[in-house]
Design a binder for this molecule. Structure first.
Ligand code: PLP
Length: 451
């Protein structure tokens, strides 16, 4: 864009390193500097309004500046702005949130261990899987299986679990002991003429072969998002989790559910695992846990893991893990309030109510000449742009077609996210039908701009 940069944009360029941004092109892109938000809208420093169709980073599910949330946060800051949970200290709001999480969990959960971000929660999961296997006297059972295109964060371990090249190249990742299994993306990885059923059977057979080749006695855990988000909104084919789950059970491999995006109503269920028939042993949550009004994440643990951690700690002494801000009181208060709001405003019901309209508008996009595949579950979706609809030929990544379309959309007053050439949609769960229609109308126009 060649428009004149504002003063605040120049200050942005001179002061910030922007994550997940082509750093050499920030000036050319022109940073979007936001000033405030209300409901599903955010406003830039010039006062221009945008529909935030991504809930920020799949996280602000209650939209922006919800008054009840602001009040809950303010009250907690006045009461106890900081404390920690180290050395058996604590505060009631951390207990209350853990109790709520146990209540709504999709699988039996005994205790909750807090952290601050999704990456930290997944990092913690891997450390716990190792600690757990040491407790059980299985020092060799340490490898972790994640999947190509899975996204689990950016710390050294969670970026290693992530199955996307940009998170590895020149960061010297992945670290050893991480194995990447197939991605359940039928449109891209299904063979010519292969049915979804046959595709699922092939992926399950490949997984079994991988485990047998590595030795099941060397594999500690499998981690999966119920629906892949940052890998391109990949909804697994029917029967995928049902086909792979028994393989892990057979080989005593822990199953970790990464519910960082799919937790708290996004799919119309409390947890995405329920929506796709996945039954993980342990779950990572973040993002919508607090509707993202403050950073907070958590690992939700079953009794058998807690037992093992406690027995190992009894041998060693201190359980040597924990973050200064893990379970921050502000995050816990906002987590309690967010869950209360999800319940009393029937946010799951809202998502289920909006889902048919959302799915219909996404299905309509499939008719557009630029779109090869569309994927949707609840209130999260993705549309994949292709150079040739018939052959599924992708655009040359250097063309940056996805980024161009979301640029046109931004000019039209709406924000979505391009993941390569998939445009992701993840609107606040409080969006109205009219706002949702407006978002799609603007996206259709932006796609036409790109033709
Ligand atoms: N796991 C999933 C499924 C995510 O989508 C993300 C972030 O988008 C993460 C983990 C990492 O979370 P964070 O960015 O809070 O570290």
């Amino acid at each position: 864009m060649t428009t004149q940069l504002t003063n605040v944009q120049v200050r942005d360029i001179e002061a910030l390193v922007h994550p997940y941004t082509p750093l050499h092109r920030v000036r050319e892109i022109g940073p979007l500097v936001l000033d405030r938000g209300k409901g599903v809208y955010v406003y830039d420093t010039q006062g221009k309004e945008y529909i935030e169709g991504m809930s920020g980073l799949w996280c602000a599910g209650l939209g922006f500046s919800d008054e009840e949330m602001v009040e809950a946060g303010t009250e907690q800051l006045k009461r106890l702005p900081y404390y920690h949970l180290f050395g058996a200290k604590g505060y009631e709001v951390a207990i209350e949130l853990a109790e709520k999480l146990k209540e709504i969990a999709p699988v039996p959960i005994s205790k909750v261990l807090y952290s601050s971000s999704g990456s930290e929660a997944n990092d913690t999961q891997i450390k716990l899987a190792w600690y757990y296997n040491n407790a059980l006297g299985r020092p060799d059972k340490k490898k972790i299986i994640s999947r190509v295109k899975g996204y689990h964060g950016v710390t050294v371990m969670s970026a290693s679990l992530t199955g996307l090249p940009n998170n590895h190249i020149d960061f010297d990742l992945p670290v050893p002991r991480v194995l990447h299994a197939d991605c359940p993306h039928h449109y891209r990885f299904g063979l010519e003429g292969e049915t979804e059923e046959a595709f699922v059977a092939r992926l399950a057979a490949n997984l079994r072969a991988l485990i047998e080749k590595e030795g099941p006695e060397t594999i500690a855990a499998f981690i999966a998002e119920p629906i892949m988000g940052a890998g391109g909104v990949i909804v697994p084919p029917e029967g995928y989790f049902a086909a792979i789950q028994p393989i892990f059970e057979e080989h005593d491999i822990l199953m970790i559910g990464d519910e960082v995006i799919t937790g708290f109503g996004r799919t119309g269920e409390w947890f995405g695992s329920t929506a796709v028939g996945y039954k993980p042993h342990t779950i990572s949550v973040a993002k919508q846990l607090t509707a993202s009004y403050a950073p907070l994440s958590a690992v939700m643990l079953p009794q058998f893991m807690v037992d093992a951690l406690e027995s190992e700690s009894a041998k060693i002494g201190v359980f040597g893990h924990g973050y200064t801000y893990g379970g921050h009181p502000l995050g816990c208060a906002l987590g309690v309030k967010a869950i209360e709001i999800y319940q009393k405003r029937d946010i799951l019901g809202r998502v289920r109510g909006l889902a048919p309209l959302f799915a219909a508008r996404i299905a309509k996009l499939a008719e557009h000449p630029l779109i090869g595949d569309v994927r949707v579950k609840g209130l999260v979706g993705g549309v994949e742009l292709v150079a040739d609809k018939k052959t599924k030929r992708p655009f040359d990544p250097k063309q940056g077609v996805g980024a161009k379309i979301v640029g046109f959309l931004q000019a039209r007053g709406a924000i979505l996210r391009a993941i390569g050439d998939t445009i992701a949609l993840c609107p606040p769960m409080v969006i109205s039908e009219a706002e949702l229609n407006e978002l799609f109308d603007r996206l259709e126009k932006a796609l036409d701009d790109g033709e």
